[in-house]
Every structure is written in structure tokens, then in C-alpha cells.
Design a protein around this ligand. Structure first.
Ligand code: MG
Ligand code: MG
Length: 319
């Protein structure tokens, strides 16, 4: 952990880490490690392609949904359920390059019912809520943990309402916040181990997970294994994206975590240069704006910044 980094370097590093991880991993998404080795030997360049036929530097839903969530947080001064659901619905209307099945179902549920929360479902343990959690971590980095958790559940349950997904996402948020606070790596390791303590299925000390699915457990096992095995952002990201599977999302989550720990200067220049310029600017601006919100917000004092949004619930008949 770099202890001399500023909060700004960490927040921007996390946001750009998310975007470069997404752009890098999209090339190898749904490939197996063997297929990746045959095609690229080691995949370490942002070249686009992949099953989505992306342009070099183009990002996917992981970054797109994060930016949509961040915009809503900035507009509302916090995480509010209906505005977040509307932001996701607007994002989907913009015809994103990809969208997960559970995310689509949750957004359709909101459009049909006006309710910004899906019923609890044992099959909703996908990584879709975790992949977009970064703006919550930045806006609430200095908030009491109860408010961070409440904000996390509000944004998560628009599409994913599942205890396994909640626990994984909340552990990731706690790790991000610890990094923003300049805590040592041992603190982040303890947070990961606490998750395993709560839910043994998250154990990540066994064989290396390859070809991870979109299941939050496999996603975080890959991220933890790579993050704790290397001491720099570049190696962490190359490790996860060469394991294939849901590589854009393991890339996005590993990228936000490593970026929060090692700062924006740790991101290879060639990756930043390759990243879509508009995306890069949006990530930088949003990271700073969310930090400003955190600075001025009165988390823990008013209790108003984070609500379930019921007060402005839309009338379903009007949509
Ligand atoms: Mg994606
Ligand atoms: Mg993915």
C-alpha cells in the first residue's frame, strides 16, 4: 500500500482502474485461459475486440452502470432508490453494448411496478451490483458504516437482492473505503477474511480459480487471489484478465481495488492512453465530484441523505 497518496489520487485511481480493467478484460471475456494463451500468449494490451467486438479502449456495462449510479448520487446528494432505478433504466434505454440478465430483469421490474427493489431471490448472486459499487465507496468513504451498508443495499437491490451478493459487495466497499483512508494492506486482508468467516463459500486460499462465472463468489475469489498475490496494479489486472470467464468484471473490480490502493500513477500509461477519452474524463470528473459530496455531506447526522426514496415513488400508471 502506498501510504503517501492523496485521497484524490486514490479515488481517481480507483475509477480509472475500474475502466481500464473493464476495457482490458472485455477482450478475453468468456474465453478460457487456454484460448487466451493460444491467441495472445499473455493478454496485456487494451485492443478491444472480444465477443462484443469493441473498439480499443471501449468499456462495457461495468463502467457504464457505475457512471450512471454516480450521476444519480451526485444529483440527489446520496443514494436514493427511485432515482437510482431511473438512472439504470435510462442507461438501459441508451442501448448499452452489454447488459446482464439479472440487471435487465431488475430494471424491467422497476419499469413495470415502480418498485425500485426486486424481491429476495436465491439466484440473484451475480456480480452485477458489486461491479458498479465504486461511486458508493467514494461518496460514503467517510460515512458511518451503517450508512455505507444501507446505501449499498439500496443500489444493489434495484437488480440483485441476495444475501451472498450483499455480503460480497459490502466487503468490497469496506476494502475500498479502507484503502481511501490509507489503511495498510493487512486491514484489507482482514476484511476479506471476515467475509470468509461469515460465509465460508468465499474461501480463496485453495486452487487458483480460472474461467470464473458471473457468480459473485467466483468473481471475488479471483479478485482476492490476484490482489493479494501481487504488489502492483498492472500485475493484478494482467493476472485476472488472463483467467478468462467474466474477465471484464474481474478486471473492473480488481482495477478499482488496486487503483484505490496504489493510486492513479500506478496505472500503466499505455492503458490510460488507450482508454476512450470521454470515459476517462467522466471517470476523473465523477471521482472528484463524489469526493466533494463526501466532504460536504453530513452522513450520520441528518439521516436524510440515504433513504429508500419512497417519498418520490412514481405512479406506475403514469409510465
Ligand atoms: Mg461488462
Ligand atoms: Mg462481464
Amino acid at each position: 500500500m502506498q501510504t503517501s497518496l492523496s485521497l484524490e489520487q486514490r479515488a481517481i485511481g480507483a475509477y480509472l482502474g475500474l475502466a481500464v480493467g473493464d476495457a482490458l478484460g472485455a477482450t478475453t471475456e468468456f474465453l478460457t485461459p487456454n484460448e487466451i494463451r493460444e491467441r495472445y500468449d499473455v493478454h496485456n494490451r487494451i485492443i478491444g475486440g472480444g465477443w462484443l467486438h469493441l473498439k480499443p479502449g471501449q468499456v462495457t456495462d461495468d463502467t457504464g452502470m457505475s457512471l450512471a449510479l454516480g450521476e444519480s448520487i451526485l444529483e440527489q446528494g446520496g443514494v436514493k432508490a427511485v432515482p437510482v432505478a431511473r438512472a439504470f433504466s435510462d442507461w438501459m434505454r441508451g442501448k448499452p453494448v452489454d447488459i446482464g440478465h439479472t440487471v435487465r430483469r431488475g430494471i424491467v421490474h422497476f419499469r413495470d411496478s415502480g418498485v425500485p427493489c426486486v424481491p429476495e431471490n436465491e439466484f440473484d448472486a451475480g456480480n452485477g451490483a458489486c461491479m458498479r459499487c465504486l461511486p458508493v465507496a467514494i461518496a460514503y468513504w467517510n460515512a458511518p458504516s451503517a450508512e455505507l451498508v444501507e446505501a449499498s443495499r439500496i443500489q444493489s437491490h434495484v437488480t440483485h437482492n441476495n444475501p451472498q451478493a450483499d455480503a460480497g459487495t459490502e466487503a468490497m466497499l469496506a476494502m475500498l473505503v479502507a484503502a481511501f483512508r490509507g489503511e495498510p494492506l493487512s486491514t484489507l486482508h482482514t476484511i476479506a477474511l471476515n467475509l470468509v468467516e461469515q460465509q465460508r463459500i468465499y474461501r480463496f486460499d485453495r486452487r487458483a480459480v480460472e474461467n470464473p462465472s458471473g457468480w459473485i463468489v467466483e468473481t471475488l475469489q479471483v479478485v482476492f487471489q490476484a490482489f493479494f498475490a501481487h504488489d502492483n496494479l498492472e500485475s493484478v489486472l494482467i493476472d485476472v484478465v488472463n483467467r478468462g470467464g467474466d474477465a471484464d468484471t474481474t478486471g473492473a473490480i480488481a482495477g478499482m481495488l488496486a487503483g484505490a490502493c496504489y493510486g492513479v500513477e500506478a496505472i500503466p500509461r499505455r492503458w490510460l492512453k488507450a482508454l476512450d477519452r470521454q470515459v476517462r474524463l467522466a471517470c476523473e470528473q465523477q471521482a472528484l465530484a463524489l469526493l466533494e459530496l463526501a466532504r460536504t455531506a453530513e452522513w450520520g447526522r441528518t439521516g436524510l441523505a440515504c433513504t429508500d426514496g419512497d417519498e418520490d415513488m412514481p405512479d406506475p400508471s403514469t409510465r
